[in-house]
Design a protein around this ligand. Structure first.
Ligand code: CA
Ligand code: CA
Length: 462
């Protein structure tokens, strides 16, 4: 498989604040087909390891389409929001918002998760940073960037350890949040809508210490229903619960557990993503494995929405449709210690109408450089059993030891594609070099310079 190399074409911001040694030294873009932009942290950013969390989101600002990339350096750190699309223009210049709250320094536990939301309680283009110790989230929206709203969740449950926002406005509300410390660390998952966060009934079959809600994902099924997935990656048997949640005309939620996926490998369910990878109109679930607390494996399991069990119970296993393993790519060595699948994201990166899956392998060796990390983009396909075959690898052309590219991945909507559909751009954190990378084209399928004349996707020079 071809590997799409990229070098850093740094945007002209905050270069003065970059610590020596953090800058990838090869600025030669000639080998880069990916038209990659590197986002350093904002000037005066107080923390290193920027890029531990990244989240893309989109919506409307002043009647104009807008998309954003938010990033931070993990727990107890401030976030920065970069404009990706302002109307139909790719911007990626100075961060528009910096901070984690009005308080300085950040509250204990804040920033452990970042969630972007197109709308939140009538406001638009919102970013939420959780203060896990305080059991609350702080939401900042672009209609009044100086105002932070505090939403109190349950205390003592580690509410906000993980969260996922809806990609479009929906009757469900704005987001789901995990609270792995709830109920003796059995864990819980909450719906964030207009009222106080309300628990979804996912407790079926969960024991104390399983920590359900350490990872969560959400996808839209139809105008009244969403599919949620929550991981319980701790204990001897790891589990992912998938459930549909339907909102009635009065706004009340009915939760139906649809499947429980179990595995014994460490970290199973630490990373989750939901998308329609085969374009059949059903939401499919991708389950990756994080570092975890036991034997690791570098695979991502795909569960097809077309074979999702009827509502009922954990019984009646949801059969695995296919399993993604780390593809071999030029110069990239990926094995069970590479953490392939430790981070997942969904987006239609080539604008063909099928969701594609972005998989981080933050400990992959690249050109014999340990821990450089790589990102793989799997192209959605109508035959989901062949999902494993269409992938590109994104890796730095001058890899840095323990850059950990792909420790966090996300997507954010970019320009309109040739088919009249908006393409999503792949975004990945590389905290070891204090960077977030934006791949304005991946080289995948129709996401190449030759397919995208006039866009930011630049041709590879001879
Ligand atoms: Ca599907
Ligand atoms: Ca696609």
């Amino acid at each position: 498989m071809h590997r799409t190399l990229f070098a850093s074409s740094l945007v002209a911001i905050a270069l003065g604040a970059v610590a020596p040694g953090c800058v990838p030294t090869d600025f030669d873009d000639r080998r880069s087909e990916a038209s990659t932009r590197a986002l350093p942290p904002p000037a005066n950013y107080q923390n290193v390891r920027f890029g531990i969390n990244v989240v893309g989101y989109s919506g409307t600002v002043a009647g104009q389409f807008a998309s954003r990339i938010a990033a931070n350096a993990g727990r107890d750190t401030a976030f920065a929001v970069y404009p990706l699309m302002v109307g139909e223009e790719v911007r990626l210049d100075t961060p528009t918002i910096t901070g984690c709250a009005l308080e300085t320094p950040c509250e204990p536990g804040s920033g452990l998760s970042l969630v972007g939301m197109p709308t939140f309680r009538g406001r638009s283009m919102c970013i939420a940073s959780a203060s896990v110790e305080g059991g609350q989230i702080k939401v900042n929206c672009e209609d009044d960037a100086t105002r932070f709203e505090t939403i109190a969740g349950p205390s003592g449950e580690r509410f906000g350890s993980a969260g996922a926002g809806l990609r479009r406005p929906h009757a469900f509300g704005s987001a789901i949040y995990g609270a792995p410390g709830a109920l003796g660390a059995a864990g819980a998952v909450y719906r964030l809508a207009d009222g106080p966060p309300s628990p979804l009934d996912l407790s079926m079959g969960m024991g104390v210490g399983r920590e359900l809600g350490r990872a969560v994902a959400i996808g839209i099924v139809d105008s009244s229903t969403v599919l949620v997935a929550a991981g319980a990656p701790r204990g001897t048997d790891r589990r992912v619960i998938a459930a549909t949640v339907t909102i009635d005309a009065g706004g009340a939620a009915t939760t139906s557990v649809r499947g429980c996926m179990d595995a014994t490998t460490g970290g199973f369910g630490e990373a989750l993503a939901i998308g329609d990878f085969d374009g059949d109109g059903t939401q499919d679930v991708a389950v990756g494995s994080g570092v975890g607390d036991g034997a690791r494996e570098s695979v991502v399991r795909i569960f097809a929405g077309s074979s999702m069990p009827a509502p009922g119970s954990c019984a009646g296993a949801w059969p695995e449709a296919t399993r993604l393993t780390c593809p071999s790519a030029e110069g990239v060595v990926c094995d069970d210690t590479s953490d392939f699948g430790a981070a997942l994201a969904v987006g239609d990166v080539d604008g063909d109408g099928l969701d594609d899956l972005v998989v981080g392998a933050p400990n992959a060796r690249v050109d014999d450089v340990g821990g450089a990390g790589a990102v793989f983009v799997f192209r959605g396909t109508s035959a989901i059993t062949t999902f494993n075959t269409g992938a590109v690898a994104l890796a730095h052309s001058s890899p840095t030891t323990n850059a950990n590219l792909g420790q966090a991945v996300t997507t954010a909507p970019g320009p309109m594609g040739t088919g009249g559909r908006r393409r999503d751009e792949v975004v990945a954190g590389a905290p070891g070099v204090n960077r977030v990378y934006v791949f304005l084209c991946t080289g995948l399928g129709a996401d190449r310079a030759s397919d995208l004349p006039g866009t930011q996707c630049q041709a590879m020079e001879p």
